[in-house]
Design a protein around this ligand. Sequence first.
Ligand SMILES: NC(=O)c1ccc[n+]([C@@H]2O[C@H](COP(=O)([O-])OP(=O)(O)OC[C@H]3O[C@@H](n4cnc5c(N)ncnc54)[C@H](O)[C@@H]3O)[C@@H](O)[C@H]2O)c1
Length: 336
Amino acid sequence: MKYNDIDFNNKTVLITGGAGFIGSNLAFYFQENYPKCNIVVLDSFRSGETLSNGNLKSFGHFKNLLGFKGKVISGDINDKSLLASINEEYDFDYIFHQAAISDTTASEQDLMIQTNVNAYEDLLKIAIKHNANMIYASSAATYGDSDRFEVGFEQPNNVYGFSKVMMDNITYKYIEQGVDISIVGLKYFNVYGPREYFKNKTASMVVQFGHQILNGQTPKLFEGSDKILRDFIYIDDIVQANILACEPKKSGVYNVGTGKARSFEDIVNILQKELAIDNGKEYIPNPFVGQYQFFTEANIDTTKENLGYKPNYEMEDGIKAYLPEIKRLFDVEVKK
Ligand SMILES: NC(=O)c1ccc[n+]([C@@H]2O[C@H](COP(=O)([O-])OP(=O)(O)OC[C@H]3O[C@@H](n4cnc5c(N)ncnc54)[C@H](O)[C@@H]3O)[C@@H](O)[C@H]2O)c1
């Protein structure tokens, strides 16, 4: 499905973080719809190295790219000599910057700022040199403790959210300076869908609850989960927003969600209904209180107006579309 009339054939597209969840979905969108698109994936891939919270430092996984026919580069966006050689070797038309420490619970402030903020500016400079549009991943985590989910009301409560605010600030600075390229920041809300499984514990609760249920376990929810509401957004709508952001003169920072908050309890209810399995529910204390968002709901007015974005998936639709893949992963990855 094409989201607009831009012809990406014979265009060169860089996808940083392309072996991760959202990046790999973008890579396949281009491959499937524009067979002559020159797609370059740059990702550090997983090495086994972990952060102090025990999670992997990078989640890139080759299985997210099985069937991919473009170019794959394994490398770190913090490596300035690598960026210099990529800058020389290619002439990009679009850069989709998804690479990041995507773990919202990571506490390594140095690595987070270096990777998410400083490397973004380095890539932005490449985009400017190449006259390439820059579309990058910001986040709903920028809103943190805010009760207004509208650009300008950010109040991050962890270093991850802070890093994304700093990326947005860099963006505003360059836009104000009047650069020729479009720079678009997309504040994704809680994304779920195929190719997230290898994010392990940081994958969405949709796939995690799905596998608990298929495994015969009682899904474990945080206490008060019927009142913990988030804007859960299906991956196809995220791809849609990225593609719409490629149109000329769209510079700015936009929310990408459904505009409708749903509870974690809803996820379990929908999954158990669709799977026709009722394992009940178990409630556990929330260890993240203090740096946890209890409510998010994207205001998508300007995203609709300026980008022409229209979410196609309510949570019921997204989960239904995702279920065959959740079951396949359970058979192929979980049960083995
Ligand atoms: N998934 C969500 O719900 C969500 C929500 C808001 C924002 N985001 C943002 O969207 C982007 C993509 O997230 P995702 O869910 O696909 O996560 P992900 O972890 O699957 O993808 C990020 C990719 O970046 C790679 N990476 C990490 N550090 C790198 C480095 N130094 N050099 C090169 N590659 C590196 C990882 O290997 C991984 O493949 C991230 O910027 C994330 O912060 C995601």
